[in-house]
Design a binder for this molecule. Structure first.
Ligand code: UT7
Length: 349
């Protein structure tokens, strides 16, 4: 017996495999640009220490009235325009963020869906911290491969300036605000050339044993916020920098090696690695360990600092504007972050 809901569903969804590709990119960073020297005026740090230990010189900081959804919407407009897609054609809105508009509920994706006037689409947030965009891209790819969506809007949007502890020089100087977005679309094999770009299956990893290495310890259901008892600093981001550093270098090497081996590629076949950018030293150490040319890792951390889930799409947008991406290029996105999470995507542009 076929239930009415089931027949409706089967009529809407094509149950066959579809390849997915990125059909549009956009990014937005807040106007306010904060130099290391300005941080040195409010805490015991220096431009020299920050730049030599991280490669960061500036970060952009959201205006008081800007929340994660505001940045996300601006980035999404760019991606939709580039894809020549009306908002209504989007089947699913995914927002990767660890700095949502609201704590836990509702999702920032629903706020974005409303602001973009997208109707008839699902919307959900994805929490994989700095690996969020990689997880989001793979989620979009698999929805499309399953025939459950034709166009998915994937956004990484972060306002870390609201959750860092500005009295902790070890972590606050590392982060910045920003958003990047892509439209992931089913490849129209009837219209596209055979060499049209597509996204290969990703590698996603997790290591929850390191959950408290990089976290906001209080304010959730594990350690609820108790007014008058919980110090404010315990609700803000805290990080064991050394442990994250060690994990990050190993994760980058493992992900790149595994994706290359799985797809029978050598590093020479990759036009660009677009890494999550938390610290230049993490990337150069991983490149050295893997025996890879660090010049092939795209970096713009000097300008934006660590924008978490937004760092890869912000970099991708910049590369696209600089015309660094050519059809047929193989790109490898790789990241790591709180969770602990890690992962990578491989794409043919
Ligand atoms: O997306 C993931 C997010 N997080 C990360 O990727 C972070 C990964 N970790 C790192 O990038 C590095 O561990 C840091 C950049 C956070 C720190 O670099 P480090 O070389 O591991 O420094 P450290 O923590 O061992 O600190 C060395 C010294 C200490 O002083 P003493 O104890 O030796 O006197 C710190 O107090 O540097 C001091 N220090 C600073 N000095 C000036 C730490 N932060 C600062 C600062 N300005 N902002």
């Amino acid at each position: 017996m076929v239930f009415p809901e089931e027949s409706w569903y089967l009529s809407r969804v094509e149950l066959k495999q579809h390849a997915a590709h990125i059909s549009g990119i956009g990014a937005y960073v807040p106007e306010r640009r904060l130099h290391n020297e300005e941080l040195a005026q409010i805490m015991d740090t220096s431009d020299d220490w920050i730049y030599s230990h991280t490669g960061i010189r500036y970060r952009h900081v959201a205006a008081e009235e800007e929340a994660a959804s505001d940045l996300a919407v601006k980035a999404a407009h760019g991606a939709l325009d580039a894809a020549h897609l009306a908002p209504d054609a989007v089947d699913l809105v995914l927002v990767a963020t660890s700095t949502p508009d609201y704590i836990g509920l509702p999702s920032t994706a629903c706020v974005v869906q409303d602001k973009l006037r997208i109707t008839g689409a699902g919307a959900m947030d994805l929490v994989a911290a700095c690996t969020g965009f990689i997880y989001g891209l793979e989620t979009a790819r698999t929805f499309i491969a399953a025939g459950a969506a034709r166009h998915v809007l994937v956004i990484g949007s972060e306002v870390y300036s609201r959750i860092v502890n500005w009295e902790d020089r070890k972590s606050s100087v590392l982060f910045g605000d920003g958003a990047g977005a892509v439209v992931v679309s089913a490849v129209d094999t009837a219209r596209s050339a055979p060499a049209a770009g597509h996204i290969f299956p990703a590698l996603l990893g997790s290591r929850g044993s390191g959950a408290e290495t990089l976290c906001r310890l209080h304010g959730g259901t594990r350690h609820p916020y108790v007014p008058g008892v919980t110090p404010e600093s315990a609700t803000l981001l805290q990080m064991d920098g050394r442990s994250v550093y060690t994990f990050a270098v190993a994760a980058l090497v493992e992900v790149i090696q595994t994706l290359l081996e799985r797809n029978r590629l050598s590093f020479q076949d990759i036009a660009w690695v677009v890494p999550h950018q938390a610290n230049t030293r993490i990337i150069t150490a991983a490149a050295r360990r893997g025996g890879w040319d660090a010049e092939r890792f795209y970096m713009n951390i000097e300008e934006y600092a660590n924008t978490s889930a937004a760092s890869i799409p912000i970099a991708l947008d910049e590369m696209n504007r600089k015309k660094l991406l050519s059809p047929g290029d193989l790109l490898l996105f790789v990241g790591f972050g709180s969770g602990l999470t890690y992962g990578g995507n491989l794409l043919r542009w």
